[in-house]
Design a protein around this ligand. Sequence first.
Ligand code: NAP
Length: 462
Amino acid sequence: MILSEHLIELAYLIATSLFVLSLKWMSSPATARRGVWAGELGMLLAIVGTLLHKGIVDYKWIAIALVLGSIIGAALGRVQMTAVPQRTALSHAFGALCVTLVGTAEYYLQAPDVPPFKMAVLCAEVILGSLTFTGSLMAAGKLQEILPQRPITYKGANIVNLSLLAVSFGVAVFMVFHPEQTEIFHVLLAIPMLFGMLMIIPIGGADMPTVISLLNSYAGLSAAAMGFVLNNKLLIVAGALDGASGFILSVNMSKAMNRSFTNVLFGAFGQEQTKVAAGQEALPVKSATAEEAAVILAAANKVVVVPGYGMAVAQAQHKVRELYDALTKRGVDVAFGIHPVAGRMPGHMNVLLAEADIPYDKMLDMDEINGDFPQTDVALVIGANDVTNPAARSDPSSPIYGMPILDVDKARTVMVIKRGMSPGFAGIDNPLYYLDKTLMLFGDARSFVGDIVREVGGDHGA
Ligand code: NAP
């Protein structure tokens, strides 16, 4: 083995270890930053190692691709935090397109003499790559609201989709035995691309983050298949890690919403409940001012803050930190209750609160905090809706029935900051708002929390 090959192997080995450590570190807010750095360093080493390959005879096109990719990547990196799910979907689309193109190039380089095993993994690579490419583009379009968010269904949609998938597998088996049929290879690209589009159309916007993490898993598996095709161990391991972690994340997200995978993929969630919300009459609610809210908060012994998507939209996390400081200075015990699917991506609330330097030990998961609500004086809900909806516990006809929620309605007083009575992402009404103990604090989360901070900081409630 010549020196450069040793160096490549070493770079790949270190990169692999860094990817594994990165995933481990990203599982806790305290070590997540280190996890991101480890992942980035691993990726840099993987690229440098690949560039050392003696098979590369000309760096011109690689340099052009690096510059183009860096420009697109830098632009994508600047999107708002709330747009990260669609940004992630776009990254998967690019990755999947790359995998599909590499697979196609490999096929045409070797055809007609492609050994059966290689042809089988090539087929897996291009099928998964093509469907992930169009599926991710559709998911990004739905989340960005370029495409309608509501599920679009038609009779027999699932049968059509599953038949398309079955045809792709049939064509793949044919290609394994007849790799010389280069014309048929096009079908292997076209049908999964169509399937990717049709697969996303019946899925509602509310399920899109779960689907994106599933597409992440497909992209990982297609990259692992590419690793077999190119005989590259790093790609196999990195793809497998990506595939497994994306799958575990999808399972956890489905569990947190009490949904099954099949229900997410075939259930057309988000259609019925919009109709229910539209048909309901307005019920009376009690509202309060920032001054009144400040008096109640300052007089409390224990406050649990429940942040949600609205806090992210309003970028209210720094004001929330000021409120935390003001209340703790007055001797109030303040904790944060984090629902696993609050916001629009896993860990959304943890990231925002960590950015505002809220101590990690004050951020408690749903299971840890739920037992505390009966002893809590005030549950302060900031821009959260679905994750606090008691109908999930009590109303078997609710579309979110069975989804675990934060039991804020068990606190002595509930205060909810939101701009109006609009429903959350699931599109359903929230009975929490009509309880006797609930006070609605209508306004933008950032300015309303800012107003409360000013009041708490003053003489009120002292
Ligand atoms: P949500 O149910 O979507 O509700 C967010 C609320 O924030 C809305 O009712 C909205 O009411 C309010 N809001 C919006 N902008 C605001 C602003 N500037 N100031 C104050 N309030 C504002 O959010 P959630 O409780 O966090 O629940 C997350 C939802 O996303 C769940 O349905 C979950 O299943 C779904 N989901 C999440 C993930 C994930 O990974 N996190 C994945 C899949 C699905 P107004 O318009 O009246 O202000």
